[in-house]
Design a protein around this ligand. Structure first.
Ligand code: ADP
Length: 504
């Protein structure tokens, strides 16, 4: 850690370490709760609090065969899900890369007819009987035909304006897609038109956000009969969706755009878009590395919470911290008498073409390796430095500094994640009620994403931080059950299709 002590670079305590974050956590949880409330009342707030029109969560007893498709980026996934009704399911799926020319096609039809063709191939391959029966009965007026129609949940991870469970217009394309013709159109209708053109027995009944899918998947598979409160993703990005009392979503009553929705459950899942928390408030402490990353990002001032939490950014924060230390001659990091760098006269062990100098040069999986390294002499971290950053023959002291920084950044991310989870638990009011029965008092949270799955101790850091939030404390933290919910865009989307069917 001597490197850190020797340097004048702003790396001392309050800049990168979590203690500072913990001191103001209470304040942040409060701020976040008030952002949530503002978002429920009116559109256009920083935390959007998007109503999803999904008005029930499953309890594990649901049964049936449903379909789901997922267009999220480079791949299109098609799957069918058999829900067994006992919290288990079987899933069949296929995946194809979306050809680049279709991502930038002239018309929506080119892309959506490609998607419909993938659904057709999937049906022929995996549900041949069902497909053939449908073809035979088509046009015969046989009423049995209706029951053979697959309900499909469409996970579509682009910004949309949703006005009903299967009514959503595209606001803009992201992630390399660019088809001007689609903007402002209803994406469920576009897909349904192409499905109908092929005569497939499929009805697009719901447009699904991946976070809502995570919540549904967890609620179906989680033990016990208490429905899940919150689904959260800590992967490339971060976001959460939770069950809100319908009466609190007051903007549903005042907006003119809102279509019909089922009100009987008195609840609706709200997609928080919490990645944008702190866009305008700026209550979160920043480091020089956060600031520089933000300024040089393609969306400065936007997604400020996400920029401190998610996989897309953590590697870059660590890279910037290491680079600053390295460039500050006094730190002495990555200089070694036994340097094996290309330039034998150099006193540094960093190759000149090292990814240390490249923006986005360091993947967040590096943090998991360094933070979790308990190998003798931090061998794994030194190997990762050589492999990922072309820093050869790093010393043990170097590796120790790298581990401290990686852990500070990772732990800060986990503690900030706890702020979001904590704010929703507190706002739900569940902590104030108790049945006296431990199982019924469980507050269930489903999580997904590489960070929470692979970063060492991510959940224990979250728990530690939840205990630090005064309205939760050790007693409240014990009631919160956190479980991995895999495959929100598969089984989660299928469950939303089921709920949409029941509501419809
Ligand atoms: P997505 O969120 O895109 O569906 P993932 O949940 O797999 O997908 O998240 C991908 C992100 O997780 C990337 O930003 C990547 O850098 C990061 N990541 C991948 N492996 C690890 C790991 N072992 N530890 C921490 N982060 C990881």
């Amino acid at each position: 850690i001597h490197h850190l002590q020797r340097t004048n670079v702003e790396l001392e305590g309050r800049d990168l370490t979590y203690e500072w974050v913990s001191q103001i956590m209470y304040l942040e949880a409060l701020q976040l709760t008030s952002r949530e409330e503002a978002g429920l009342e009116k559109p256009g707030t920083t935390m959007q609090q998007i109503p999803t029109y999904v008005t029930a969560v499953p309890n594990g007893t649901e049964k049936g065969l449903y379909m789901a498709v997922d267009l999220g980026g480079t791949n299109f996934r098609v799957c069918s899900v058999q829900l067994h009704g006992n919290t288990t399911f079987s899933l069949t799926h296929s995946k194809v890369a979306v050809p680049h020319e279709l991502m930038v096609a002239k018309t929506s039809k080119e892309l959506f007819s490609f998607l419909a063709k993938q659904i057709e191939s999937f049906l022929k391959l995996h549900h041949g009987d069902h497909y053939a029966t449908h073809l035979e009965k088509r046009g015969t007026g046989d009423s049995a035909q209706d029951t053979e129609i697959f309900s499909l949940g469409f996970t579509f991870s682009f910004p949309v304006n949703q006005v009903g469970i299967n009514k959503s217009t595209l606001i803009r394309w992201t992630k390399g897609f660019d088809i001007a013709d689609t903007i402002g159109k209803d994406v469920c209708t576009l897909l349904q038109q192409e499905i109908d053109a092929l005569g497939l027995p499929v009805k697009v009944v719901a447009l699904v956000n991946d976070t809502v899918g995570t919540l549904m998947a967890r609620s179906y598979t989680s033990p016990g009969k208490t429905g899940t409160l919150l689904g959260a993703i800590f992967g490339t990005g971060t976001n959460g969706a939770y069950v809100e009392r319908l009466e609190n979503v007051s903007k549903l009553r005042t907006s003119k755009e809102v279509g019909d929705y089922d009100k009987s459950t008195g609840e609706m899942i709200v997609n928080t878009e919490w990645g944008s928390f702190d866009n305008t408030m700026k209550v979160l402490p920043t480091t020089p590395y956060d600031d520089a990353l933000d300024v040089e990002s393609n969306n400065p001032g936007i997604q400020m919470f996400e920029k401190r939490i998610s996989g897309m950014f953590l590697g870059e924060i660590v890279r910037r911290a290491l680079l600053t230390l390295f460039q500050d001659g006094k730190s002495g990091i990555f200089t070694d008498a036994d340097s094996k760098a290309n330039d034998l006269h150099s006193t540094t062990n960093v190759d000149s073409d090292s990814a240390l100098f490249a923006r986005w040069g360091l993947d967040t999986s590096f943090l998991s390796t360094a933070s979790g390294d308990s190998s003798p002499g931090l061998r794994l971290t030194r190997q990762a430095l050589a492999k990922d950053l072309s820093i050869n023959a790093a010393s043990i002291e170097d590796a120790e500094a790298v581990k401290v920084i990686s852990t500070a950044v990772g732990k800060r991310a986990a503690r900030l994640s706890a702020v979001a989870i904590g704010a929703i638990v507190v706002a739900s009011g569940k902590l104030e009620k108790s049945t006296g029965n431990e199982e019924d008092d469980v507050i269930d949270v489903g999580v997904d994403g590489s960070l929470v799955e692979f970063y060492p101790h991510f959940e224990s850091y979250i728990r530690e931080a939840l205990r630090d939030i005064s309205q939760i404390g050790a007693t409240g933290e014990k009631r919160i059950r956190i479980g991995i919910a895999k495959d929100g865009s598969g089984v989660g989307a299928a469950l939303i299709a089921l709920v949409a069917d029941r509501m419809g």
